[in-house]
Design a protein around this ligand. Sequence first.
Ligand code: FES
Length: 257
Amino acid sequence: MNAKDNQETDLKVKTEADKLKLIPVHVMGKRYQVPGALTIMKALEYAGYRFIRGCGCRGGICGACATVYRKPGDYHLYVGLACQTVVEPDMYLAQIPFYPANRASYDFAQLTAEPEEIFKLYPEVFRCIACNSCTKACPMDIPVMDVISAVKQGDIARVAELSFSCIQCGLCVSRCMGELPQYHIAQLARRIYGSKLVPRAQHLAEAVTAARDEKCQKMLGELMKSDIRQLTASYNSREIEPEMAEEDWTPAKRDYL
Ligand code: FES
């Protein structure tokens, strides 16, 4: 091993050691020592907390682990996902596993695709003062204020497009001066868009018709009669879409498409 290798190994060891180094954090006012490389969620578990609520996917997808924190000597109130945010020395932490935002109740089948439906159910949308705090709070980098502007402009398709990655964590609501439930409003717009505005996919309509016409019944009946050996053989010899398939790839055998 030469000097450079030694140096690199030292660096690696140091980094690993740093990861294990304990740092102080404050959870709901109580001080704990936790490894500095942990996410807030893992640090809380390391400190002895057990998640019954406020934890789901652990991968930044479900929005269950909203958390608020401050850093020493910093007046800002920070928000983030506990499963994605790494602890920092002397953080002050609190969890908000549920945010009691106003949620309108409605019979979706009775709603039309008109923006007025949203205005009636969520009149508070017009209380937005465009301060942009919601956008700054969003852990998914959604331009939440633009979403609300699109709602006010009645552009439901734009709302659906802009808010597509929303994970419903509620952090936007927690910072809103107008007390809007942005994530519920956007969710309603996405439902309206998906159900009543977006054009129906032709291939899906054909598949539904084929299912109604029991096009696959004969084939399914034969499969039901097969033994495990035949089923395994037919499964292993099935046509599989190549990894780098062209966009218009379809199977050669199209009997059931
Ligand atoms: S646990 Fe699902 S987003 Fe954090």
